[in-house]
Ligand binder design. Structure first.
Ligand SMILES: NC(=O)C1=CN([C@@H]2O[C@H](COP(=O)(O)OP(=O)(O)OC[C@H]3O[C@@H](n4cnc5c(N)ncnc54)[C@H](O)[C@@H]3O)[C@@H](O)[C@H]2O)C=CC1
Ligand SMILES: NCC(=O)COP(=O)(O)O
Length: 336
């Protein structure tokens, strides 16, 4: 008989009108060895289960540990909705509910009540339409934990960190500074060692401009900022390639030469991951004092309510959270 307690994972449902609640029902049906605690509205989960045609046993979370979970069982930390959801139609009346679920999950991790957070997608625009400035989970958790963070998306074949995250494209060049690159590369380097066990991580840094600036003929950010910063960090012992032209950095021959990529902005590298591994990619936040993983996709409003959303990325995010929890425990016990 298994007597080890299962890791308590806080699973947030994200946008109530998106596919998140249905994906959580699908996740609960898997035999994954974890104590899933859905941080959301109980009745929302009941309706999501009906839409999926999937049986689920919802159990009010008492904060305790368990050693076994039957597939289909799901503990719930009830956070009430502001308004009953209409699938596919986000309602800003639920913005405060969504943020309350994130706050409970983050505070629960900081207080040791959860081992990690796995997030389903939220609708950023709906939170903004409620009059609450919000750009994403990454920035929310960074502020809540007062941490310096970096967004990484990882598939089994490719890991990509971002120097800038949810920023209008026009604001990107000014954000690519020496200080930003040093901060982001130090966090990525430290976390590739700590979270992924890479002793000497090799990071390929993309240029900002076409052909990495073509020697200054297609933009000067590489010459003025990126190259001098990489040289300074190399002098500290970091193994950095680049700046590489983004259009060729992902070809197979180059991929063998690095363990991770640093892209300058969101849409420079995420289309590569999403087009080759949409169902296997996980979004994780580096630099937090707790483990947070997420799906790579959005709220899929066109599929919400149909029960047809693919839970693969949520399952991959959950598996990664469990691996990171196990690795953290092994390190804490002195076996790295
Ligand atoms: N982690 C998060 O909270 C994320 C939130 N978003 C937010 O989601 C919202 C919608 O974003 P979009 O750009 O429309 O991207 P999206 O990922 O929601 O949808 C793009 C396309 O992929 C399909 N799709 C997405 N997930 C799927 C799944 N699990 N199974 C099957 N098909 C799936 C959708 O049906 C749609 O055709 C935006 O507000 C965005 O900010 C986007 C990415 C991540
Ligand atoms: N493309 C990633 C994304 O938009 C999700 O960001 P976050 O909500 O995890 O910060």
């Amino acid at each position: 008989m298994n007597t080890q307690t299962l890791p308590r994972l806080a699973i947030t449902a994200g946008e109530p009108a998106g596919i998140g609640p249905e994906l959580i029902i699908r996740l609960a049906a898997t035999p994954l060895a974890a104590n899933f605690v859905a941080v959301t509205d109980r009745a929302l989960l009941e309706r999501a289960a009906q839409r999926c045609g999937q049986a689920v046993e919802l159990i009010d979370d008492d904060g305790g540990d368990i050693t076994e979970r039957t597939p289909g069982q799901l503990r719930v930390q009830h956070i009430p909705l502001g308004a009953t959801e209409t699938p596919g139609r986000p309602d800003p009346a639920n913005a405060k509910h969504v943020l309350a679920t994130l706050a409970e999950a983050a505070d629960g991790c900081l207080e040791g009540r959860y081992a990690a957070i796995v997030t389903a997608p939220l609708q950023k625009s709906s939170i903004n339409e409620a009059g609450i400035p919000f750009s994403g989970h990454t920035e929310f958790f960074a502020e809540r934990a007062r941490a310096d963070v970096v967004m990484m998306l990882a598939s089994p074949e490719l890991r990509v960190s971002l120097a800038t995250t949810h920023l209008p494209l026009a604001a990107v060049p000014a954000a690519i500074t020496h200080d930003t690159l040093v901060r982001v590369l130090r966090i990525a380097h430290r976390e590739l060692r700590g979270k992924f066990g890479l002793v000497e991580p090799r990071i390929a840094v993309l240029g900002l401009n076409p052909h990495a600036g073509e020697g200054g003929h297609l933009g000067r950010e590489e010459l003025d900022t990126i190259i001098p910063t990489l040289d300074a960090l190399r002098a500290e012992g970091m193994h950095l390639l680049g700046p590489l032209p983004a259009d060729t950095a992902f070809v197979p021959a180059l991929r063998e030469r690095y363990d991770a990529v640093l892209a300058m902005y969101h849409d420079q590298a995420l289309p590569v991951l999403k087009s080759e591994a949409f169902d296997r990619t996980v979004n994780l936040t580096l630099g937090l004092p707790f483990i947070r993983t997420s799906v790579d996709h959005g709220t899929a409003l066109d599929l919400a309510g149909t029960g047809r959303g693919d839970p693969a990325s949520l399952i991959a995010a959950t598996r990664m959270a469990l691996e990171l929890v196990a690795r953290r425990s092994a390190i804490a016990q002195g076996h790295s």
